[in-house]
Design a protein around this ligand. Sequence first.
Ligand code: ATP
Ligand code: MG
Length: 249
Amino acid sequence: MRTFSVLNQKGGVGKTTTALNLAHAIALRGHKVAAIDMDPQGHLTTGFGEEIRPQLGMAEVLFGEKSLEEVGIMTRKNLELFPAGTRLSEVEQSVRGFKGGNLLKNELKKIQEKDFIFIDCPPSAAILSMNAIFASTEIIIPVSSDYLALHGLSRLVEILYKIEERLRHKLTKWIVLTRFHGRRRLANEVREKLEKHFPNRVLKTPIREAVALAESPGYGYSIFEHQKNGNGANDYNALAEDLLHGRTR
Ligand SMILES: Nc1ncnc2c1ncn2[C@@H]1O[C@H](COP(=O)(O)OP(=O)(O)OP(=O)(O)O)[C@@H](O)[C@H]1O
Ligand SMILES: [Mg+2]
């Protein structure tokens, strides 16, 4: 089993878009996938076209009131969604400490039959993201190709190093270029800097800016349902292959 946190404390970089479409791309290849919504905004849940149900989401799982089994929704073939629920922000306020960081990890031990787990994190490095990181073997860091892209990335990597020390195991880190404009000099500069600073960590396929990727969550569709043959679907399919085979730049 491979467990990925899709993580970046910076907002709007494409975490949810990446978690949703990678999860579906890999489920479409016949693997058993879980997608976990750890963001109080619940965008992964609504992006799959599912409702945010009161008392029946990851908040209740983390509070120990419900089991993963009780809240899971088979949203697509091979793809089980564990939705956000309405009280995730309460978890952020009431749970603390190293022990509080292990809540998700302890729960995930109960869904061992999955091949891949994707956890969509909120735009912060607080307790919900900590739970996701502690439960993961690998971290996917989406980086948007704008001038603020590298801002905060070194801090994020430092946080990950500290966590690795405490966990006493390494986390495999993957960087994904998102919202990429191949013709812009700035985007290419961001890409070159990332490849230089993080050799063999930048996944091969950049995700291009594509209107269809922005539209599809509004319909509750993945990109493979909304526009099967466009750039968005092609890029996320290629990215899924990168991840399956460890293809980097
Ligand atoms: N490659 C892309 N092309 C066009 N639009 C995109 C692309 N990737 C993401 N978007 C859009 O950009 C916005 C932010 O993306 P997304 O919600 O995936 O980011 P996020 O990092 O999860 O945000 P948050 O930090 O709020 O959780 C959304 O409206 C999304 O549809
Ligand atoms: Mg998001």
